[in-house]
Each structure stands twice: as C-alpha cells, then as structure tokens.
Design a protein. Sequence first.
Length: 154
Amino acid sequence: MSMSPTVPGIESLSLLITQEMQVKAPLEMTFETLLEQLGPENETPEQKMPMKLEAWPGGRWYRDLGGNNGHFWGHVQAIKRPTLLEITGPLFMSYGVVSNLQYRLSESNGVTLIKFHHKAFGLIQDEHRKGVSMGWKQINERVKAKAEAKAKAG
C-alpha cells in the first residue's frame, strides 16, 4: 500500500495581519509606549503577562517566569528609534512556524501613524489563526490609549 503525504496549500501555511492606526501623540512618545506595551506592561484580556524586550538588534523578546524558566517569542531583527521595530521568531506558537512582526511609525502634525503587520509561515494551528488578529488589535489599542493619555498629561 502506498501512502502519499498530504501537502497543505500555501494559504493554510501562511498568515498575514495588517493594522493601521492614528495616535494623537508625538512619535517618540508613541514608540516608547509601544516598547512598554510589548515589554513590562504587556497583558492579555485575562491577565497581566509582562515580557522582556531587549530593544536592540538581536535582542530577545520573551516571557520570563523566573528561575530560568520562560517562553522565547523572538529576536529584534531591526530597530530604528522611533520609526521601526521588527521582530522575528515563533512568538506565541511553540511549534514549527516563523513570524515577522513589523511596526512602522511616522508623524504628521503631531499625530503618529502606526502601520503594523504580522506575517507568519508554518503549520499554524487553527486556534492561533482565529485569535491572533484580535490579540494584536487589543495590544495596539492599548498602545494608542496609553500614548494619547501621556500626551494629554503633558
């Protein structure tokens, strides 16, 4: 008996999420708020989930559980303060997948435009595919709200 492997189509192996938002806050303040939200201020709707983000080329992005335990999410592939943060790695997916996150920021008339994308390739599980867009939306909305609150506070 001959068995041939099932080869999934490229659509089932890839993921592309893009989001754009305007933040009523200066560029530098928005970028620093982004680093805070991806790092020590990170949270999910269910819980606080502080992360470590070493904001330099090759720096790690991971969840530190203490005692040399944790979960590696990725490496900083590129950083150009305050206009670019790019991270590559498996992120929250602990299996054969690679992701590229990119935040591009620009400012016009005191308003910062954030262009975000998450591209992934691999055997992406359905539950991750379903929740990832909303997860990034929630993180990005927190960046916007906190940067705007800082800008208002002066």
